[in-house]
Structures are given as structure tokens and as C-alpha cells.
Write a protein that binds this ligand. Structure first.
Ligand code: CP3
Length: 358
């Protein structure tokens, strides 16, 4: 398909491990509740209705690009990781957090899921939103597609929502490990179809969000998350062939696995939360992958001086050895609703200023 030519490829170059004039920057959840223009749309539309209406998803995806003209280096499609459980046949509500009225309580409940998931039928609205957004962006910045990691999605499908103790999903993996592993791979198959479809529809980089990786021990991460993550990287790569795009894995809380993920996971970039020091992360991944992150989103509440000092320290760390290369500046998790959008602008300006280092 003939999309407008890309004018800013900083993100793609950094993801490929190249040197850049400065660090590309975007933030997780950049299209969302901290933006008054998003809240305005939300007043009259339910969250998942916005996701399912390509014109609205496009409008919201482009909102931060418009507001922060010349400062952002990527757009991320407005959607949610929980569209995959929906595609598999589960009901998901958002009020205000995610809620599954009928979660998977025991392995017998797996029978309630769709046998075959046709992503074009169930998630075609995401593909349509990507195509419309790619056109609307007019090549200003690349467009990121995403999905949830099987472990994180499985946890939501079993817990029925967020959790503090993860009692239900821990019951599943430790009591029914074989059924759990089979379901994780079944989710991963849908992830592959979905990610491949996103690239065909216009996504130029893919990110997999394993937001709950940190709930597992290193051993259990290797047993219940890593296999499906690697299966996805391999599957997407094989299916796309020459059309492949860079892939990022954000396994929040799994810094214990950085070295081994860099070695063999198949992802080009690893996303970092703020619990690891930039220099230490660089040492652990040993130039095998690019890195993304990792300011504590809470610093955005600390005012301009705190933001500037933290960004400068972060830039110094990531560029210490070899200058600005193989690094995508971001927060260590999604931006939170109470942040002043002008303080986020300051974050972007500080990244532009302090990351330009050869
Ligand atoms: O990054 C972006 O701007 C793109 C859009 C995006 C959303 N969710 C929009 C959203 C992305 C990439 C996600 C991913 C997502 N969703 C994750 C992985 C990343 C992470 O933060 O760990 C997870 C765990 C979810 C599940 C989810 N969706 C939760 C827990 C919540 C409620 C709490 C919250 O922080 O808002 C959502 C809702 C959601 N997803 C909103 C937005 C803008 C707010 C919904 C609203 O309008 O009320």
C-alpha cells in the first residue's frame, strides 16, 4: 500500500541499534487520560467504543502528535491489550479499570473460548484504525502497533481484572501447569496473527507489553512467560519475512532477565522500567539489543527542576559509552492521569537537549 513517505525515522534507527543525532522519544499511554482533548472525547464515548471506531481511535492517536509538534518521534495506536481476550470470546468492561464478568476460573472454562479466532473479523477495526492513522500522520512520525504478552493477558483472563495478590493466576500455573502452558501458546497464536495483521495495516514497529512479568520468579518467568514471548518473536518474523519491522518487548519488573532476553529472545529492543540503572542495563544487554525507557513516571509530578535533573541523569547514563545510539527515551511505565501536559512537554524538551551527544 502506498503510504506517505516517512520524514522522521529516528525511532526505527535507534531500534535497529544505530547511532542517532538525539534520542527518539515517546511515552507509553501518551494518548490518554492526562490529555484534556482525550477526556473531551471520552465524555461522550465509552472506552471500547472508541477503540472500535477507527475515526475516533485515529483522532486520539494523533492528538499528542499535534499537541507536541516536533517533539514526539512516534505515535502508538489507540487501543488496549485486552482486545485479544475479547477476540477470543470473553467479555471485558472498563469501569473504570478492566473487568471480566466471566473470568476463566478452572481449566474447564477454556471450552468457553472461541476454537478458532479470525483476527480480521474480530480485530479488523484495529487494522482499519492503523491504516487511517498511518495516512493521517502523513509521514511525520512512525506508527507503533502493540499487543499484550500471553502471560499478562492470561493473568487478566483468570483474575477477571487487576489484582494485588495474583491468587487466581498463581493457582492456575502451580496447580494446572500443563493447561496453563497450552493456553499461553493458544493466546500467543492469536498475538502472532494480530501483530502480523497490524504490520500489513500500517504499523512500523511492534511492542509487546508484559506488564505483569515482575509477578513471576526468574524460574517461573522462564516457564510461563518467556516461551510464548519467544514464540511470538519467531512467528511474526517468519510470517513477515522481508516485510519485518523492529519489535520491542516491555517485560515490566523482569530486569532479572535482561541479559538472557538480550541474548536470545528475538526482540530488537527491550523496554526498561525505572528499577534498573541505565548503565547497568547497558552492561547487562552487552550491545545485543537497543533499550527503551526508563524515567519513573512519578517524576512528572515533581516539577520542572526535578524533571530536568532526572532526564539529564538518564541521558548521561544511556549515552555514557558510545554516545547516543540504540536508545529510545521513554518513561518506565505508562504516564498517569494526573500529570500536567505542559510538564510532559518539558520532559520531551529536556530529552531533546540532553540526549544529543556524540
Ligand atoms: O500508549 C498509548 O497511548 C496507547 C494506548 C494504550 C492504552 N492501553 C489505552 C488505555 C495502550 C498501549 C494500553 C496498554 C495496556 N492496557 C496495558 C499495557 C501497558 C501497561 O500500562 O502496563 C495494560 C496493562 C492495559 C490494561 C488497562 N487498560 C488498564 C489496567 C486500564 C485502566 C487503568 C488505567 O491506567 O487507565 C486500561 C484503560 C485504558 N487503556 C485507558 C487508556 C487511555 C483509560 C481508559 C479510560 O479512558 O477511562
Amino acid at each position: 500500500m502506498g503510504f506517505p513517505p516517512l520524514k522522521n525515522d529516528l525511532l526505527l534507527r535507534a531500534a535497529r541499534g544505530e547511532k542517532t543525532e538525539r534520542a527518539p522519544v515517546w511515552v507509553m499511554r501518551q494518548a490518554g487520560r492526562y490529555l484534556p482533548e482525550f477526556r473531551e472525547v471520552r465524555k461522550t464515548h465509552e472506552f471500547f467504543d472508541i477503540c472500535r471506531t477507527p475515526a475516533l481511535a485515529t483522532e486520539i492517536t494523533v492528538q499528542p502528535i499535534r499537541r507536541y509538534t516536533g517533539l514526539l518521534d512516534a505515535a502508538i495506536i489507540f487501543s488496549d491489550i485486552l482486545v485479544i481476550p475479547q477476540a477470543m470470546g470473553m467479555e471485558v468492561l472498563m469501569n473504570p479499570g478492566p473487568e471480566f464478568p466471566d473470568p476463566l476460573s478452572t481449566p474447564a472454562d477454556i471450552a468457553k473460548l472461541r476454537d478458532v479466532v479470525d483476527v480480521n473479523k474480530e480485530l479488523g477495526y484495529v487494522f482499519e484504525a492503523l491504516t487511517q492513522t498511518r495516512i493521517a500522520l502523513a509521514g511525520e512520525v512512525p506508527l507503533i502497533g502493540f499487543c499484550g504478552a500471553p502471560w499478562t493477558l492470561f493473568a487478566y483472563m483468570v483474575e477477571g481484572g487487576g489484582s494485588k495478590t495474583f491468587q487466581k493466576v498463581k493457582t492456575w500455573i502451580f496447580k494446572y501447569p500443563e493447561e496453563s502452558k497450552a493456553l499461553l501458546i493458544r493466546i500467543a497464536d492469536v498475538c502472532i496473527d494480530f501483530l502480523v495483521g497490524q504490520v500489513k495495516a500500517g504499523a512500523q514497529l511492534l511492542q509487546v507489553f508484559d506488564s505483569w512479568a515482575g509477578e513471576l520468579s526468574p524460574h517461573d518467568f522462564d516457564t510461563f512467560s518467556r516461551p510464548s514471548l519467544e514464540y511470538i518473536a519467531r512467528g511474526v518474523r517468519e510470517r513477515l519475512g522481508a516485510d519485518r519491522v523492529p519489535m520491542t518487548l516491555f517485560a515490566k519488573g523482569a530486569n532479572y532477565a535482561l541479559a538472557s532476553l538480550a541474548e536470545s529472545s528475538g526482540y530488537d529492543t527491550l523496554g526498561l522500567d525505572w528499577l534498573v540503572d541505565p548503565l547497568e542495563a547497558r552492561r547487562l544487554v552487552n550491545d545485543k539489543v537497543a533499550l527503551q525507557g526508563n524515567m519513573d513516571p512519578g517524576v512528572l509530578y515533581g516539577g520542572r527542576e526535578a524533571i530536568e535533573a532526572t532526564v539529564k541523569r538518564m541521558c548521561d547514563g544511556f549515552t555514557a559509552n558510545g554516545g547516543c545510539r540504540a536508545w529510545i527515551a521513554n518513561l518506565g511505565h505508562g504516564i498517569t492521569p494526573g500529570v500536567d501536559p505542559e510538564d510532559l512537554r518539558w520532559f520531551f524538551e529536556c530529552v531533546h537537549k540532553y540526549s544529543a551527544r556524540t
